[in-house]
Design a protein around this ligand. Sequence first.
Ligand SMILES: [Fe+2]
Length: 317
Amino acid sequence: MATDEQLAGEASTTPIGAKGLPGTVSRTPEELANIVSLFASSDEWIDKVRLRAERRWYERLYHGSDYDIWVISWLPGQSTGFHDHGASSGAFVVASGILEEHRPGERSRVIHPGKPRAFGPDYTHDVLNVSLAPAISIHAYSPPLDEMNEYELEGSQLIPRERAPAQGETLDQESRVQGRMPVDRTGALSIEQVLSAVRARLRRLSPDEAYEAVAKTEAVLVDIRPETQRAIEGSIAGALVVERNVLEWRFDPTSSTRLPVATDHDLQVIVFCSEGYTSSLAAAALQDLGLWRATDVVGGFHAWRATGLPIVPPGTA
Ligand SMILES: [Fe+2]
């Protein structure tokens, strides 16, 4: 686990020199990629993250002599607009959610958590959250960011706009997002993108973990499969059967048709379906209602059965 102190310690071992003067030591893009990966895997940034509807939220968490580190949150639709990073090299990694990177003349890149993107000076890009879920990313720059320039994309050319103050990926162009979004960025996502986005906010459970949670805690196991599927595949004794089409109404504590068990938002609802796909979407829908612990079973009923956990065979219910 990397801490601020560890990262600061790295910086403090580096000779200090002003940008452009003898003695300057800048981190390479590869080093910055390692730094953001290390920092993202720590728990030093999680409780600092905020979400802001009016613009992307960001904060510089570390400012050393040779590099700085920022954390940024992105709600759906938020973007940077095209920009460079002055003379700084940089790297960023998605810690949660999904981002998309655009560069003129290149195919857009979907950036999933885990694999950092690194770049040298004079690199221009536009980073967006086109998913339906919030995203969080960790960024590092060397030398520390002190200049950013915005660009307009005209055809395939980037045309400089006014010079922007250095605020670390802080350029927001909501008007561009809202008013001049190219027609192929209407927010339409493939089901794979939607699934990946919702799973980024779930702490999914293996069948064994789900079994243990139900046995040892107040967690509720919920079977959302349709009746025909349950009849063919069998069921799990003790699981609540709440089909997908009524799920939200049964677990929203404010719903007049809620289940007796759905009294508050802290209830851990563990959803399963046949193979663990629809259940992820269903768990995310429950999270949207404030049931923040809602999750699902990886692999669904099939994985539960394959693990050897107890089931009620079809025809014996
Ligand atoms: Fe950037």
